[in-house]
Design a protein around this ligand. Structure first.
Ligand code: MRU
Length: 347
């Protein structure tokens, strides 16, 4: 296995995460002993990326059970309900968060001995981590043949090992393509305002020697027009039943450019990101984050005091702009309403 980043793991009874806010300048790890600390780290983006948020949430619920002094099932259930509510409120767009809570609730929702439930929740959270890596690797295998030799691939945000339990969705695909064809080149959108592309994607790719150029978000049109981009691959935070895709703000713009220039636009995401309860993307909740992410770059203020700011963290790309959705189950194309429903039934 070529990737080297450990995003999140159990160390004894603590959950340890690499602090993604300070990368690439510092490689620091934060230890979490409580679900509240995990919730805080999700909210503040110590950990981010839908699948990684899902793993952190599952581990947070296990921590909540371990923290609880409950001696009866009813007491434990009350504590886990409170923790689930608290974790659910941290970031609204990533479907994997609710999915992970659901996975854990299947365990604690059944009456049982509190210590058995504690052990089962910790075990399930580790399984979710391992399953996520396996799903990412499967996506890479399915998607790699879609890319032409020497492909110049644009990606937006960070959908890498850092955004998952390891390997990555969109970057997992890029890793798999690179293993077969070391002549590829990646364009990494900087991804304002949080700079996931410049700070995290570039860091991951550089670590593995995958050729990569950072571009600012407003440069991609220039490269599409010059014919210097052969394919786009991005991750997703939530995919609706009809194939509409929520992902990092700016993804929609890239999809429109790709369509205009006849460039394939691929989305790589595990089925834990697919929300069949939503018929289309119009009901996907879009998180709006603090304005200081826009007015400041790091600690440096770049906008006038008191200026009005909007900061939606995600947008929705309509399914018509998506050439294919790659999940661990394979490559899915229109009509997504059928191909995605099939995936879920098959699980
Ligand atoms: O705000 P973030 O950094 O959590 O947003 C992350 C993204 O938009 C990713 O592209 C998405 O979660 C997929 S990660 C495999």
């Amino acid at each position: 296995m070529s990737y080297t980043v450990k995003t999140i793991e159990w160390r004894g009874d603590e959950v340890v995460m690499i602090d993604q806010r300070v990368l690439p300048l510092l490689e620091e790890y934060i230890h979490h002993a409580t679900w509240q600390e995990v919730g805080d780290s999700i909210r503040k983006m110590v950990i981010r990326g839908a699948p990684a948020i899902g793993v952190a949430t599952a581990m947070g619920i296990a921590l909540a059970a371990m923290q609880s002094s409950a001696t009866s099932y009813e007491e434990l259930k009350k504590d886990l309900e409170a923790a689930s509510k608290g974790l659910f409120a941290t970031r609204p767009t990533a479907y994997n968060l609710g999915w992970a809570l659901q996975q854990q609730q299947e365990i604690w929702g059944q009456p049982g001995d509190p210590d058995d439930i504690r052990a089962a929740l910790k075990k399930r959270s580790q399984e979710i981590l391992e399953e996520d890596i396996a799903m990412c690797m499967a996506m890479g295998e399915h998607a790699a043949p879609l890319f032409p030799p020497g492909a110049r691939i644009l990606t937006h945000c960070n959908a890498g090992a850092l955004a998952t339990a390891g390997y990555g969705t969109a970057l997992g695909v890029i890793r798999s393509v690179f293993q077969r064809d070391p002549t590829i080149h990646v364009f990494a959108d900087e991804t304002r305002p949080f700079l996931q592309g410049a700070r995290l994607t570039a860091w991951e790719l550089q670590k593995e020697g995958i050729p990569c150029s950072i571009i600012t978000d407003n440069m991609s049109g220039y490269f599409f027009k010059k014919g210097e981009i052969d394919a786009v691959v991005v991750g997703s935070d939530r995919i609706a039943a009809n194939g509409d895709v929520a992902n990092k703000i700016g993804t929609y713009t890239v999809s429109v450019l790709a369509r205009e220039h006849g460039v394939p636009f691929y989305v790589a995401a595990p089925t834990s990101t697919v929300d069949l309860s939503l018929a289309d993307g119009s009901r996907i909740p879009i998180e709006e984050r603090e304005i200081c992410e826009v007015t400041h770059i790091g600690d440096h203020q770049v906008a006038p005091d008191g200026i009005a700011v909007r900061n939606p963290a995600f947008d929705v790309t309509p399914h018509q702009n998506v050439t294919a959705i790659i999940t661990e189950a394979g490559v899915h194309r229109e009509p997504y309403i059928e191909s995605l429903a099939g995936i879920k039934k098959g699980k």
